[in-house]
Ligand binder design. Structure first.
Ligand code: CTP
Length: 414
């Protein structure tokens, strides 16, 4: 993975790019390339007048997605509903004075303006028009209405226009548009350039082809960390045991089943990583032998399984580490702090997130969690009951401090 690209910021983002009938429509081609080049998936919607300036095929080829035009055909396919579904933002560039008027009053006489009324996501509007129009009180009033509604409207720039006039009306320069998109979608990019290896979920240790030993981990905490690191600009590899969760977009997902497979997958990515967060609930023990065929009762009234230790992945990674920051989790039912401190020191970690899994409304399967984060050097941060996503962000903010402080050594772990 190339991490120096600015691409990290829009990975996993779904955007709708609306193009209206302005001579500046040709600039939308370059904008589309810049957005997809940063990892976004972009669905283009053109008004009829935009198609007079550019062929939909241009956008279709460059976006790799069908282009939506024409209200009636599009509505037959319900595209006014499906195109904005799951979109993170709609960007209309260029936006004509006519478009601003329709958006301000809620007219829905073409597919793009109809989408504005069905969409749930933020809207960025980048006007371009001939000299004097931008200053017209009607246009100014429409812009004011849109801004009051929370729409981001980028002022056009001053310069030579298609008519030959020099006035304020040029489409905002591409870097300004990209900056606005990024500011809206990834307000915090403090993990840009970091390579984050996250483990999540339970492991399953086979007894025979149909039975296994596992635990109650849902994977939600690890997935939340992977998503938060991605949203903050990090490159993320998520090694996950079996969960019911949807793989996060923009993250490389490596599915595994057993502790051994998880150890192997993490081992393969370890030298790539700058930070490792072990949120997985790895089995400590596994059946010494796996039966090749289903074990039969054969009239037995009891059964003893012979278990052996599974690899302690964190301890293994800790022994191999060069510059990686290592963060563990400690799920405890008693003596939270002392057990977590013992793991922090014993496994040579930089930080450990300790949670009491007996607490109501937190822990396994829940969407919320509460924890205490202990870090090397004796730092301690109480993280009260909050959503796992918020907790993930708090953990990343804490780890960012450790990153800045530099690589740990065993001597500094207290
Ligand atoms: N862990 C690991 N490999 C294992 C077991 C645990 O890498 N075989 C990691 C977990 O992902 C977690 C941390 O170690 O980040 C602590 O896990 P936990 O199961 O709470 O601790 P254990 O070391 O297994 O100790 P105990 O079972 O005695 O609580």
């Amino acid at each position: 993975m190339d991490l120096d690209r600015p691409s990290a910021l829009l990975r996993g983002k779904r955007l709708v790019l609306g193009v209206t009938g302005s001579i500046a429509a040709y600039k939308a081609v370059s904008l589309l390339r810049a957005l997809t080049g940063r990892g976004a998936s972009v669905s283009v919607v053109m008004t009829n007048s935009a198609t007079k300036f550019l062929a939909p095929l241009t956008f279709e080829v460059l976006s790799g997605q069908p282009v939506t035009t024409g209200l009636f055909e599009a509505c037959e396919e319900m595209r006014h509903l499906t195109v904005p579904e799951g979109a993170h933002a709609i960007i209309v560039a260029p936006a004509t004075a006519n478009f601003l008027a329709k958006a301000a009053v809620g007219l829905a006489d073409d597919v793009l303006s109809t989408i504005l009324l069905t969409a749930q996501c933020p809207l960025i509007v980048v006007p371009a028009m001939d000299g004097g129009m931008w200053e017209h009180p009607t246009v100014a009033e429409h812009v004011r209405i849109l801004r009051a509604r929370g729409v981001v409207v980028l002022d056009p720039e001053e310069g030579p226009l298609a008519s030959g006039q020099v006035a304020q009306g040029r489409l905002a320069a591409e870097p300004r548009i990209l900056e606005a998109v990024q500011a809206l979608l990834t307000p915090q990019a403090d993990w840009l350039g970091q390579r984050v290896l996250v483990s999540a979920g339970p492991t399953q240790e086979a007894i025979d082809p149909v039975r296994f030993i596992s635990n109650r981990s849902s994977g939600k905490m690890g997935y939340a960390i992977a998503e938060a690191a991605r949203d903050r600009g990090g490159d993320v590899v998520l090694v996950t045991g079996p969960t019911a969760l949807r793989p996060p977009a923009g993250v490389e997902v490596v599915p595994v089943t057993s502790a051994q497979e998880m150890a192997d997958a993490l081992g393969r990515h370890f030298s790539w990583a700058t930070v490792v967060v072990m949120a997985a609930a790895v089995a400590d023990f596994r059946p010494r032998e796996q039966a090749a065929r289903k074990l039969k009762k054969q009239g037995r009234t009891s059964f003893t399984l012979d278990l052996e230790a599974a690899p302690d992945i964190l301890a293994m990674l800790s022994a191999q580490r060069t510059t990686q920051i290592l963060v563990g989790f400690a799920a405890e039912t008693e003596d939270l702090i002392s057990h977590a401190t013992a793991k922090l020191v014993g496994k040579g970690l930089d930080a450990i997130v300790a949670n009491d899994v007996t607490k109501e409304g937190a822990g396994f399967g829940s969407d919320n969690n509460a924890a205490v984060m202990l870090s090397r050097g004796g730092r301690r941060k109480e993280l009260g009951l909050m959503s796992k996503r918020r907790l993930a962000d708090e953990i990343l903010t804490e780890v960012r401090e450790l990153r800045t402080a530099g690589r740990p050594s065993a001597a500094t772990v207290e």
